[in-house]
Design a protein around this ligand. Sequence first.
Ligand code: MG
Length: 382
Amino acid sequence: MRNISILGSTGSIGTQTLDIVSKNDDLKVVALSAYGSIKMLEEQIRQYKPKLVCVYCEDKALELRDNIKDLDVKVVSGMDGLIEVATISEADIVVTAIVGMIGIQPTMAAIKAGKDIALANKETLVTTGHIIIPAAKEYNVSILPVDSEHSAIFQCLNGENKREIDKILLTASGGPFRGKKTEELKDVTVEAALKHPNWAMGKKITIDSATMVNKGLEVIEAKWLFDVDFSQVQVVVQPQSLIHSMVQFKDGGIMAQLGTPDMRLPIQYAIYYPERRYLDGQRVDFSKIGSITFEEPDMETFRGLKLAYEAGKCGGSMPTVFNAANEKAVAMFLDKKIKFLDIYEIIEESMKNVKLVNEPSIDQILAVEKETYEFIESRWSK
Ligand code: MG
């Protein structure tokens, strides 16, 4: 029996994790957390019977507590509550499906409590990789990537020696606006940006795919997960999203992982690693696909990727500024307060203006996040 705690159970990765749990008798959910979607959370509680749940918003937690009076479930709230879910003694593995930098502290707490991490919260690694990776080594826990690209790389590296990597070929779909130029992106709507061609994902990551900021975050994530330099991470646009990423080794050989775009595969692989289990769903039929095509990313139009490389190479707190500025900008875009291309402008200006901190601690990272938000509010929210 493998006991699972899920941070962010009502989101896209969270619900797909629960789908895997429902299809496997040897998985048990011991704790769940949600931001505020208590109706869905209540259904999950009644179906999966965790002993602990956290609702981040306190008033919603009170409401849920009242709604599930008939059940023996502890309801907690806030950051302390998230940490309780992340460190619950019964859990063997914590799925960090929570979105944003809010995931840093619970992930760190889970590592210190000796839990393996199925990592879907990329912001944690992007901003805090220099702390998380050494901590995972120190506490002897595994960080198992859930992001499809990183899972693909992880699968390609199975049985290989990391020191023999020449480069990582991180694939990208190019998002809904692939092929467009800056002029054509000026007035794109939220609705258009939310239409991803291949993957069904949460809102924030779908916008991040449209700007290619998502790929930028993944470049930084890859650097930390696989201990490579930025010069060794190359983005390859592969619009059919069939190749989920590749690794080129010193001898020129390339390993690729392919499959239909289904996030449940990387989630399940992380949960059962190194074992592979049956997973229902479509299989790749090459006779129907016909061709797989490749392109170079357009980093001039989709500046999110270029800015990510710059932030990553600069290091220190710069990836935090990049990420925090993007989080804020995407929220503003979803609220229709700014235009699509303003997202790049906000990230770039934040990177120029927020003071750099070298080797930042978690407290400093959270302070930089706050400072970045304040900078953006002072300049754009008038
Ligand atoms: Mg991905």
